[in-house]
Design a protein around this ligand. Structure first.
Ligand code: F6P
Length: 364
C-alpha cells in the first residue's frame, strides 16, 4: 500500500547573508500563511547561527510578526559569517570547520520538517548542499539588493536600494553644479551593475561604469570635456563597487570557504585616474550600507509578501528543493540547483543600455 506523505507540521525559517529591505515582509507573510495551513514556524536567529548554536530558535506566530511590514532589517537578524560548511573557529591555524551535523541535529530536535532559507546565492548554495549531503528538505526565497540571481526576474531589496541611490544622485546634482565639480557616486551590487545602471539612469547620471565592462579612462575624460564644451561644467559619474579600469585585474573573486572578499575603493580609484585627465575638482560619495537600510519600498513589500506566501504554500504541499521566483509577473518555483547556477549580469544586449546610450550616457 502506498504510504501517505507526512503532513508538514513544523518548519524553520532564517534570513541568511546580508540584509535587504523586504525581509520582514517575507517573514510576516510566511508566518501568516503557514498559520493558515496549520504549520508551526520557528525562526533561526542570525542566519545559520541559530541552527549551529543552542537556544537560538524562536517560535514565530502571527502575533510576533505584527507591525513589521514597514521595517528594514530582519526581526530574526542576519549573518554572512555563519556558513555551517565553513564555520569560523576563531583560531588562526584552522580557521573554519564543518558544523552541518549541528544543523541537522538542531532541526531534528525541534521536529522541523522543512528548512526555509531567505537569502542570496551563498545561502541558496548552502541550502542545496544541505539537501544533497544531509537530505534536508529545503525551500528557498531569493533575496539580494544586487538583483544578480539568474533564476528570478527580480529580487526584493533591489527596488529600495535603487530608490535610495537615485535620491542620493538627485541630491548631489545641485552641489555638483554649484561648484562645477565631478561627483563620483559609488553604489553596491558586487560584480553586477544593476544598481548602478538603474540608479544612474533614474538619477540622470552622465557616466555609468559597470563591473561587467572595464572602463577606459580616456572615454570618461572625453565625455566630461565634451560636456564642459557644451556648457555643462559639472558631471555625475555613477560607479558600481566592482567596476575597474581597463588593463587592471578584475575585482571578481571566488568565495574562500564560502566567504566573498569585501569590495572597496572603486570611486577612489576612478577619482585618482580622472584627476590626471580633467581640470575639475573631484569628490567621491560611497553610498555603502545606506542602500541596504531603511524602510522597504512598496514594490519590495509586495514582492516580499508574494514570495513569503508562495513559500508557505510550497511547504504546505510538501514541495521542497525548490526556490520561489518571479517570471513575467507570475510567482513560480525553480529547482534550488538552478538558483545557484546562473548569476545575472548586465550584458551588452541589455535593453536599458541601448536606451541609456541613445540619450547620451557614457559607459566608459
Ligand atoms: O550582496 C549585497 C551586498 O550589499 C553587496 O552589494 C556588497 O558588496 C556586500 O553585500 C557588502 O557586504 P557587507 O555588508 O558584508 O559589507
Amino acid at each position: 500500500m502506498a504510504q501517505t506523505p507526512k503532513r508538514t507540521e513544523r518548519v524553520a525559517i532564517l534570513t541568511g547573508g546580508g540584509d535587504a529591505p523586504g525581509l520582514n515582509a517575507v517573514l510576516r507573510a510566511f508566518v501568516r500563511v503557514s498559520h493558515h495551513h496549520g504549520i508551526e514556524v520557528y525562526g533561526s536567529e542570525d542566519g545559520f547561527e541559530g541552527l549551529v548554536q543552542r537556544n537560538r530558535m524562536v517560535k514565530l506566530t502571527p502575533g510576533s510578526v505584527r507591525g513589521i511590514l514597514a521595517r528594514g532589517g530582519s526581526i530574526l537578524g542576519c549573518s554572512n559569517r555563519a556558513n555551517p560548511f565553513a564555520y569560523p573557529t576563531g583560531t588562526e591555524s584552522d580557521p573554519y570547520e564543518d558544523r552541518t551535523q549541528d544543523v541537522v541535529e538542531r532541526l531534528r530536535s525541534h521536529g522541523i520538517d522543512i528548512l526555509v532559507l531567505v537569502g542570496g546565492d551563498g545561502t541558496m548554495d548552502i541550502g542545496h548542499r544541505l539537501s544533497q549531503q544531509h537530505k534536508v528538505p529545503v525551500v528557498g526565497i531569493p533575496k539580494t539588493i544586487d538583483n544578480d540571481l539568474g533564476a528570478t526576474d527580480v529580487t526584493f531589496g533591489f527596488d529600495t536600494a535603487v530608490t535610495t541611490a537615485t535620491w542620493a544622485i538627485d541630491t548631489l546634482h545641485s552641489t555638483a553644479e554649484a561648484h562645477d565639480r565631478i561627483m563620483i557616486v559609488e553604489v553596491m551590487g558586487r560584480y553586477a551593475g544593476w544598481i548602478a545602471l538603474h540608479s544612474g539612469m533614474a538619477g540622470g547620471a552622465d557616466i555609468i561604469l559597470l563591473p561587467e565592462r572595464p572602463y577606459d579612462i580616456e572615454r570618461v575624460a572625453t565625455k566630461i570635456r565634451q560636456r564642459a564644451q557644451q556648457g555643462s561644467t559639472f558631471s555625475i559619474v555613477v560607479v558600481g563597487e566592482g567596476a575597474y579600469p581597463k588593463g587592471t585585474p578584475s575585482t571578481e573573486a571566488s568565495p574562500v570557504d564560502g566567504h566573498l572578499p569585501k569590495l572597496q575603493g572603486a570611486a577612489a580609484t576612478l577619482a585618482q585616474h580622472l584627476g590626471a585627465q580633467v581640470p575639475h575638482e573631484i569628490r567621491t560619495t560611497v553610498l555603502g550600507h545606506l542602500q541596504r537600510g531603511g524602510s522597504p519600498s512598496p514594490a519590495d513589500r509586495i514582492l516580499g509578501t508574494r514570495f513569503g506566501a508562495a513559500a508557505a504554500d510550497l511547504c504546505a504541499k510538501g514541495i521542497t528543493q525548490r526556490m520561489v521566483s518571479i517570471r513575467n509577473e507570475q510567482i513560480v518555483d525553480v529547482a534550488l540547483k538552478e538558483a545557484v547556477q546562473n548569476p545575472k549580469r548586465v550584458t551588452d544586449s541589455e535593453p536599458l543600455i541601448a536606451t541609456a546610450k541613445a540619450i547620451g550616457i557614457e559607459f566608459g
